[in-house]
Design a binder for this molecule. Structure first.
Ligand SMILES: Nc1ncnc2c1ncn2[C@@H]1O[C@H](COP(=O)(O)OP(=O)(O)O)[C@@H](O)[C@H]1O
Ligand SMILES: [Mg+2]
Length: 342
């Protein structure tokens, strides 16, 4: 007889998360822009959540809140049941080892005056994680596809891809509970990007990493994620299993992101494209934030913000349409599409 166990609690729990940038002005403090506008989602242990959206939509802001580098203005984040940015120096220091952040630019993350080997060993030493941190550092260099010979080198003696491998080794060597990968391959040459992505996919499988993987490129996100959250102007417009979101996107913005990647085969209908530039996050449009760029916007979209709703196969979508038409051509033929009625 088997006993059904309750599902394990999610490692990361985010509820109605909001973040406003600090205000400006010395005498009269004007409030800063609302960068995250109420996000809720969970990340299970061993899961990688992809986060995708255009530049400036709030991806790094979200990453910083998850890693405890900033505090929410409203709402909650917990990682492993704890506040990722606990007050008190000791608690904060301990949480720093458990939460790691891999930035886009590895050069700025490394100390130019210290050897690679030393910088990897430093974290292990500081957190008492290896009997012989120097030796463990060599092991980690090999694990990320470098060799022991790299240990004595300085960051400027490595290529961009090698430096990012070092940063990845340093982050993962301390056995983090949760890691934010923030555009980790965006600064690398295309050929090197694929190699580093392969490495991340491999390490993920071997180590059972939990984290978020941020990129403006949906193909990159899809490659290393179990689920994908599509962000538009500080809100999640669609979240669900990576393959479902990639192959059958439901939100018009997700469709436009994918449409931008694929060139239509000859003779097939033109795919949905993204037009216009993203509006300023400090002055978001009323109603659905995407409506000024949405080919299917209806009157309702201009006044009423859609709430997230379940859309089958573990997906949530924030859109008033029950399903966008198949193509732009279909929209031209049949402008009346069904609305979701609450
Ligand atoms: N401290 C801040 N003050 C004012 N605006 C900010 C601040 N931090 C971020 N922003 C703005 O918030 C938006 C989202 O930033 P970010 O999270 O870095 O986006 P992404 O990583 O998706 O490119 C950007 O338009 C950025 O200019
Ligand atoms: Mg960013």
């Amino acid at each position: 007889m088997s006993i059904a166990l309750p599902p394990p609690p999610p490692l990361v729990d985010v509820t109605a998360l909001r973040f406003a940038a600090p205000g400006t002005g010395r005498l009269i403090r004007r409030p800063g822009p609302q960068i995250l506008n109420g996000m809720s989602f969970r990340v299970a242990r061993g899961e990688m959540l992809g986060v995708v959206g255009e530049s400036g939509c709030g991806k790094s802001t979200l990453g910083r809140l998850l890693a405890g580098l900033d505090r929410p203005t409203a709402g909650h984040v917990t990682v492993g049941g704890d506040d990722p940015a606990p007050r008190g120096r000791r608690a904060y220091r301990q949480s720093r080892a458990r939460l790691q952040y891999v930035f886009q630019d590895p050069m700025s993350a490394l100390n130019p005056r210290l050897t690679i080997g030393y910088q990897i060993a430093e974290g292990l030493r500081a957190h008492g994680l290896a009997a012989d941190p120097g030796r463990a550092a060599l092991h980690w260099l090999e694990r990320v596809g470098l060799s022991a010979a790299h240990a004595a080198r300085y960051p400027h003696q490595l290529s961009g891809g090698q430096r990012q491998r070092v940063v990845i080794a340093r982050a993962l060597s301390v056995d983090p509970l949760f890691t934010v990968f923030d555009e980790p391959v965006s600064a690398l040459d295309v050929s090197v990007q694929a190699q580093v992505l392969n490495l991340l996919a491999e390490l993920r499988r071997e180590l059972g990493l939990t984290g978020v993987f941020i990129s403006h490129d949906l193909r990159v996100v899809r490659y290393v994620s179990d689920r994908i959250a599509v962000i538009y102007l500080g809100e999640i417009v669609e979240i669900g299993p990576a393959d479902a979101v990639f192959h059958h996107p439901l939100h018009p913005y997700s469709r436009a992101l994918i449409g931008a990647l694929l060139s239509p085969a000859p003779g097939t209908a033109r795919r949905s494209r993204l037009t216009g530039t993203p509006p300023d996050i400090s002055a978001p449009p009323p109603g659905c934030r995407f409506h000024p760029r949405c080919p299917w916007a209806m009157d309702r979209c201009r006044v009423e913000a859609p709430a997230p709703r379940p859309a089958g196969d573990g997906r949530q979508v924030s859109c008033h349409l029950d399903r966008p038409p198949a193509t732009d051509a279909a929209r031209d033929r049949a402008p009346q599409h069904r609305e979701v009625t609450a």
